[in-house]
Design a binder for this molecule. Structure first.
Ligand code: RTP
Length: 155
């Protein structure tokens, strides 16, 4: 199987507080499961302010940064680690554009969101950030490696 030789990556996906409040957790998890990726970490978590600031540190200079931090700490989030061939870019495609009005129908944001400041989900933008963010949001032992018997069919 050719694709099995390609790079298995990991990415950090997070249902933001609006996604939890609106009852979209199952719907969002389902999209990544159905695509064929492997869930390796999952928890409901009230994010402390310092962690939100560390996660979004590259956006510190942006005018929307304070509002973004308020949003992320406003209620529990669902933290997820997903593994798979090309999962980082593929997850970004499944999620859709940052501005939900620009996101294509069929994507999570295109189907389920309206505002950039309430765009229901986060996904890492590179394999390096995937690793960095999983290490930031999960403690040792919370990410679980397991063998999927479906994997040979999916890769
Ligand atoms: P994310 O990191 O959450 O997956 O989002 P992204 O890569 O699509 O977008 P990014 O530019 O990294 O922005 C991070 C999050 O900040 C909020 N945002 N608000 N103009 C605004 O009010 C504005 N711009 C960005 C969004 O929640 C965005 O997802």
């Amino acid at each position: 199987l050719v694709a099995s030789l390609e790079q298995v990556e990991e990415t950090y996906i997070m249902v933001k507080p609006d996604g939890v409040q609106r009852g979209l957790v199952g719907e969002i998890i389902s999209r990544f499961e159905k695509k064929g990726f492997k869930l390796t970490g999952l928890k409901l978590f009230q994010c402390p302010r310092d962690l939100a600031e560390e996660h979004y540190k590259d956006l510190k200079a942006k005018s929307f940064f304070p509002k973004l931090i308020e949003y992320i700490v406003s209620g529990p989030v669902v933290c997820m680690a997903w593994e798979g061939v090309g999962v980082v870019a593929s997850a970004r495609k499944l999620i859709g554009s940052t501005d939900p009005l620009q996101a294509e129908p069929g994507t999570i944001r295109g189907d389920l969101a309206v505002q950039t400041g309430r765009n229901v989900v986060h996904g890492s933008d590179s394999p390096e950030n995937g690793k960095r963010e999983i290490a930031l949001w999960f403690k040792e032992g919370e990410v679980c490696q397991w063998t999927s018997v479906q994997a040979p069919w999916l890769r």
